[in-house]
Design a protein around this ligand. Structure first.
Ligand code: DAH
Length: 357
């Protein structure tokens, strides 16, 4: 009787394919009203001699069944773990993503294009802090305290604390990078400095934060001819047109003498802008020969060192090249606009492949 039951139970345990099925077998055998438990209960009513014989047999049955269930349980658990590990396996040789996500903002794209064009002319990229002091942003650029140009810049000033010795501000142009570069490296110098600039101004053509690129060359024997050639070469490469016409108009900036504003020739045939010719003009930048006082403020002798500089709005360059009409849309973070105007991340501008990619 016990042999038959044991054989049946061992077969059932062996056949249980899941933890649930095994649990059902356990309850049917060892649970409160299970078959083995029922037999164990009969021991109490047995004659002592009978109990001496059946006691060890039934205990052995219970232990065999208990042991078989435990063994089967760990076998099932090990098999489940194996299956999970097999299904969780990742093939690391597969490509990470099917398509690149996101895009390059047109302003970043234009900055990359500028760096590429000017690197080819031997210019390095320089940077400076956006939180500047009065001296670098104005005084060293020949804009002293009482100069009217300070009022024209609509400067965001930081409040002065009682212990502050310098008045801090958000730089109103990238020109302070000229000063920082001349103070930190010896000429000859050839740099461009693209970056963020700030003025308290806001309408369809002005945003409180905007982007400029500054250019600076300091060397011996530099003259306006070098400036004109450099700007022409830059504009041709940037707009990817060969018949570019530049017009230099006399102007005034405190940090250059003489100063010139530069217009690029264009036409509006059919209502769309195209760069080239001289039908119409668009102002694109300010420039000039670095003022001797600026060179002096940086500890250099203006008799020995001369240079030219220029400053240009990057946002405007991007609008002219890629045909956006409202400056504010650059900073709206509208995904539809970004999808339309952004550039593919792997299309890095190169002179050989076309800077407009
Ligand atoms: N800093 C000027 C501005 O923001 C632009 C500028 C004009 C920069 C002439 C120059 C320059 O370097 O030579 O309006």
């Amino acid at each position: 009787m016990t042999e038959t039951l044991q054989a049946e139970l061992l077969t059932a345990i062996d056949a249980a394919g899941t933890p649930e099925a095994l649990e059902a077998v356990r309850v049917a055998a060892l649970g409160k009203s299970g078959s083995v438990s029922a037999l164990m209960k009969t021991l109490g009513g047995m004659a002592p001699e009978q109990r001496l014989v059946d006691g060890p047999r039934l205990t052995a049955l219970r232990e065999t069944v208990t042991g078989a269930i435990a063994a089967k349980k760990s076998a099932l658990e090990a098999a489940a773990l194996e299956a999970k590990l097999a299904s969780d396996r990742i093939d690391l040789t597969l490509p990470a993503a099917t398509a690149p996500q996101g895009g390059i903002h047109p302003i970043s794209q234009v900055m990359d294009e500028l760096a590429e064009i000017f690197a080819d002319l031997g210019f390095a990229v320089a940077t400076g802090p956006e939180i500047e002091d009065d001296w670098h942003n104005f005084t060293a650029l020949n804009i002293p305290e009482s100069h009217p140009a300070r009022a024209m810049h609509d400067t965001f000033y930081f409040p002065m604390g009682p212990d502050d010795i310098k008045r801090m501000l958000l730089r109103t142009h990238t020109s302070p990078v000229q000063i920082r570069t001349m103070l930190s490296q010896q000429p000859p110098i050839r740099i461009i400095a693209p970056g963020r600039t700030y003025r308290s101004d806001s309408d369809a053509t002005h945003t409180p934060m905007f982007h400029q690129v500054e250019g600076l060359v300091i060397d011996r024997g530099i003259h306006m001819g070098h400036l004109k050639w450099t700007l022409e070469t830059f504009v041709k490469a940037f707009f990817e047109v060969d018949d570019v016409t530049l017009r230099m108009r006399p102007s005034y900036f405190p940090f250059t003498e003489p100063s010139a504003e530069v217009d690029v020739g264009c036409s509006w045939a059919g209502g769309t802008l195209s760069i080239g010719g001289s039908e119409s003009w668009l102002e694109i930048l300010g420039s000039g020969m670095v003022h001797p006082k600026v060179i002096e403020a940086c500890g250099l002798d203006p008799e020995e060192w001369q240079g030219f500089a220029f400053g240009c709005g990057i946002d405007r360059l991007a609008m002219l090249k890629y045909g956006m009409t409202d400056l504010r849309s650059f900073f709206d973070a509208d995904l539809r606009w970004l999808k339309h105007y952004s550039f593919r991340p792997l299309d890095v501008p190169t002179l050989s492949g076309g800077v407009g990619a």
